[in-house]
Design a protein around this ligand. Structure first.
Ligand code: ADP
Ligand code: MG
Length: 739
């Protein structure tokens, strides 16, 4: 009794997916040797991987019809012997393979067009199963391009009399061998244990795992496939979300946060907000409150702030930073490009100066000239640190050197440091970093966000990640699953929508473009002209901008036209940007250095050359550079797309203005695997689930996973789930389970 009992438990654990993950695919009958090699190349290493390899499609061969009973126009499977094979060549490289197959009740012709390999497979005398729509041609029954299975003796039963799975060929592992291999693996692995508690399965109406895995391959009927797949999709999301929930819990538990001071007496934030030239939108207020809650708590904040381009994330960043500073901590703001870091520095310093909050001003520091020097109220010092520039409000412009600035940061004399990834480099030390803001997160990897946090010793600074990349909501849930999310879902009032239109770069379209620029500049507005991306060559990219600049100078002799590209000296770039911002230039010819964040409300025209070469989110970012003030903007896409994707992207841009809708469209055009790589998410790509199509499953998997981890943080009472997450997700989550 005792022995039997313990053996039963052994077997139960042995048949978990985690256990099957430990058995090499090589050991599956039919799939050894070279075939295993082909499978390995595609990431199918274990029996578990094989069992989770969902067939490309199924053919319903549950009913094989005698020929005298088949109906024309109906999907039919016929079994018989190849009597004759005939290959005919027609003009224009057309090849027709024709086979006559004899059955017990008569013969039938099968025809394939341009599938010459069929002739090589179909030898006279072999047994085959043919499936396709029955037709009648010149009085005879015929199948056009039917699916074929060769029924070798002894293994033919897999291909007939049932719903038959069809796998994608993987090198030496052909669809037929895969079918036999999977069948064999199933026979030896079943019953496969289910790690999910019964009540959860019942509540969500999920098929049990054994049935799901078996019938996603060999269903009893076509109707069984859908619920089976749904279960596997749920499982795939669930593993990921359990890992995310545990990551989040782990971070909260092991970190020592700063309960920032929210004392209204010293409220810098209110003072700053009062000094703004506009009123905050309801969404900005709400988001600032959410952030304040986090900052006041003793848990470090990990928050993602999503907001459409131009929704006003910068002031939210300033409010966040000031909340940290008012309690005596330092703050960092990291931007992905030098131009953007500089703009943030000038912009934020300008807003703070406007509110009389910048301190202490020494010397002829142009940015703060003439700003009221009223002595009351708290003040902050602010600095810029990029690869090329170091500057601080506590020193006159141009007099700060890098060493000095690093010294001030380390000594705590600078309150707010704005910069590029130079901020996370060696040698930058903060005295007491309390808050970090990362702007346009999509440009950074997860890794860099972690490094920024490491700049604070002993404590975990609060972290706000801002993004305007329209990340589809569903995708951000998986990617940033360990973050809380706030969203600015309201634009500042008075914005006019940007009208988007596309035209060819040749012929009359260009006249209209030039006229548009003339009209807008004539009315006192400004225009951007963006030159195409040149893959892998900044030099060529710059050269095309230089050429366009020259050309436009010829077209518009009366205008002041500036040039901005990545190869220019930093000082020069800054001057050009400043000239454009202050209205000293009418047109700015630029490369994509202006893609993110640039804020010049007087600019109303965005012309993008070779627009089809840009990705959708990039185009959307570029479009977001206009229509930021109270004048309506126009975005003109110059393109002669050569690819289908290119055409689709241009059409999507013209049709859609909502960034989230566009991101989903992007996902549809490109497929979700390529939007964010595994590097970003930290997990390998999903194999079965599709983030868009299966969004409902994703939502429920996430809800259940987080609830489970809340109840059972280390999954002590759910060892099967624990093992599965650890084993199937592998290295990416291994650290979570180290004790
Ligand atoms: P993004 O979210 O793209 O970073 P910004 O913070 O650059 O947007 O803001 C875009 C523009 O909107 C800026 O010119 C900013 O001054 C302006 N702005 C921000 N908030 C408001 C508001 N509540 N009312 C009016 N204008 C605003
Ligand atoms: Mg921004």
């Amino acid at each position: 009794m005792q022995r039997d009992g313990s053996r039963a438990t052994m077997e139960a654990t042995e048949r978990s997916l985690a256990y099957l993950h430990g058995i090499s695919v090589e050991r599956v009958k039919w799939l050894g040797g070279k075939r295993a090699g082909s499978l390995r190349e595609r990431g199918i290493d274990s029996v578990a991987d094989l069992l989770l390899l969902v067939p490309r499609k199924h053919i319903d061969r549950s009913q094989v019809m005698p020929l005298d009973q088949v109906e024309v126009g109906v999907e039919t499977t016929v079994i018989g012997q190849v009597r004759r094979v005939n290959v005919r060549r027609l003009r224009r490289r057309m090849v027709i393979v024709e086979a006559v197959v004899g059955t017990d009740t008569g013969s039938i012709t099968a025809v394939w067009f341009n599938q010459q390999y069929q002739a090589r497979r179909l030898e006279r005398g072999i047994e085959v199963a043919l499936s396709g729509k029955m037709e009648r041609y010149r009085g005879r029954l015929q199948l056009n391009s039917p699916a074929v299975d060769i029924l070798a003796r002894g293994r033919g039963n897999l291909a007939v009399g049932r719903v038959v799975p069809v796998y994608r060929a993987m090198g030496d592992a052909t669809p037929t061998y895969l079918r036999m291999g999977v069948h064999n693996a199933l026979m030896r692995s079943r019953p496969i244990t289910d790690p999910l508690p019964l009540d959860l399965r019942q509540r969500l109406d999920l098929t049990d795992r054994d049935t799901a895995i078996a019938s996603v391959h060999f269903p009893d009927s076509i109707q069984q496939i859908r619920p089976a797949r749904r279960r596997l999709v749920f499982d795939e999301f669930f593993r990921l979300e359990v890992a995310l929930a545990m990551t989040k819990r782990h971070k909260t538990e092991t970190s020592v946060g700063i309960p920032h001071l929210l004392d209204p007496e010293t409220e810098m934030v209110e003072r700053f907000v009062r000094g703004l030239p506009y009123r905050l939108t309801g969404a900005q207020r709400r988001v600032i409150d959410e952030i304040k809650q986090d900052l006041g708590s003793r848990w470090p904040m990990h928050r993602l702030l999503q907001g459409e381009v131009g929704s006003g994330k910068t002031v939210v960043a300033v409010a966040t930073v000031l909340t940290g500073v008012q309690g005596g901590f330092q703050a960092a703001v990291m931007a992905p490009t030098e131009v953007l870091a500089e703009q943030h520095y000038e912009g934020i310093a300008g807003l703070l100066a406007e509110a009389g909050m910048v301190s202490p001003i020494a010397g002829p520091f142009s940015l703060f000239d003439g700003v009221d020097g009223g002595a009351d109220g708290p003040r902050v010092s602010i600095a810029l640190l990029t690869g090329n520039r170091a500057e601080a409000s506590i020193r006159p412009r141009g007099k700060t050197n890098r060493r000095e600035l690093l010294h001030w940061i380390a000594g705590g004399e600078v309150d707010i440091v704005i910069g590029t990834h130079a901020l996370i480099q060696e040698g930058v030390r903060f005295a007491r970093l309390g808050v970090a803001v990362v702007d346009e997160q999509h440009r950074f990897g997860v890794h860099q966000r972690v490094q920024l946090k490491d700049k604070a010793e002993g404590v975990d600074p609060d972290l706000l990640i801002m993004t305007a990349t329209p990340i589809p909501r569903t995708l951000s849930m998986t990617l940033y699953g360990d973050l809380d999310v706030s969203e600015i879902d309201e634009m500042p009032p008075g914005r006019k929508p940007v009208r988007t239109w596309a035209t060819s770069m040749e012929g009359r379209g260009m006249d209209r473009v030039e006229q548009t620029i003339r009209d807008e500049v004539g009315g006192g507005r400004q225009a951007f002209v963006v030159c195409p991306l040149v893959e892998g060559s900044r030099q060529v990219e710059a050269a095309s901008a230089v050429a366009e600049h020259e050309r436009l100078a010829g077209v518009f002799p009366e205008m002041r036209i500036g040039l901005l590209h990545g190869q220019m000296a930093p000082r020069r770039k800054e001057e050009v940007m400043e000239a454009f911002r202050s209205g000293g230039l009418d047109v700015l010819v630029a490369t994509t250095v202006i893609e993110v964040g640039i804020d010049v409300p007087n600019a109303t025209v965005m012309v993008i050359r070779d627009a089809d070469r840009f990705g959708l989110s990039q185009l959307h970012q570029l479009r977001g550079r206009v229509g930021r003030g109270s004048y309506p903007g126009q975005c003109i896409l110059l393109a002669d797309p050569a690819t289908k994707d290119g055409v689709e992207r241009i059409e999507a841009m013209v049709r859609l203005s909502d960034g989230f809708r566009l991101a989903e469209e992007d996902l549809r055009i490109r497929g979700h695997g390529t939007v964010f790589g595994a590097r970003q998410s930290g997990f390998s790509d999903l194999r079965i689930a599709d983030i868009l199509r299966d969004r409902k499953e994703l939502a429920s998997a996430r809800r259940e996973a987080f609830a489970l981890v809340r109840r059972d943080p280390t999954l002590e009472s759910h060892p099967a789930i624990r093992d599965e997450v650890r084993v199937l997700l592998g290295d990416a989550v291994e650290w979570l389970f180290r004790s």
